[in-house]
Design a protein around this ligand. Structure first.
Ligand code: FES
Length: 165
């Protein structure tokens, strides 16, 4: 049978096949869109969600030997105290200080300026003394102090132990 324009109308099986093709195509498009959303949203969620870090279940942490090359060279090193970063400072006269390494202004990680003998935050120029007191720049509060003591280990160099004050 021909239509008025000379076309043959689709028979029932052809119409069903076209409908099936359309459904499959729609399914592929829908699943591709869903996969694209997951590919965008998942990394964003992972980025903004802080990683789970186990809290310290001890009150002290070994921070290496007194002759640690990093400490000798830079005058400081950052150690993990559970989830809390702690800065360990070694001064030129071989004294050790430890305090929280998280700046009290906007949570940047602080470092140590050997030449000025001060703890320094590069983000906005915050300065702390070796007891962690805020002495310059925008930090509103001092850094939390930690205790440092040296433990002799056999015939080798002593080990630096950082503990909560
Ligand atoms: S975050 Fe340290 S001074 Fe601003």
């Amino acid at each position: 049978m021909e239509t008025t324009r000379g076309e043959t109308p689709a028979t029932a099986p052809e119409a069903t096949r076209a409908f099936d093709r359309r459904r499959i195509l729609n399914w592929f498009l829908g699943s591709s869109f869903a996969a694209m959303l997951v590919a965008i949203i998942y990394p964003v969620l992972r980025y903004i969600t802080p990683p789970r870090i186990a809290e310290a279940n001890t009150n002290e942490v070994e921070a290496g030997a007194v002759n640690d090359p990093e400490l000798r060279e830079k005058g400081f090193k950052n150690v993990r105290f559970g989830a809390e970063p702690v800065i360990l400072v070694r001064t030129a006269d071989e004294k050790f200080f430890a305090m929280s390494a998280t700046c009290t202004h906007l949570d940047c990680i602080v470092g140590f300026q050997k030449e000025h003998n001060r703890v320094w935050c590069n983000c906005h120029g915050g300065a702390y003394d070796l007891q962690g007191r805020n002495v310059g720049g925008p930090p509103p509060k001092p850094l939390t102090p930690y205790k440092v003591h040296l433990v002799a280990k056999g015939s080798g160099p002593s080990v630096i132990v950082v503990s909560k004050a």
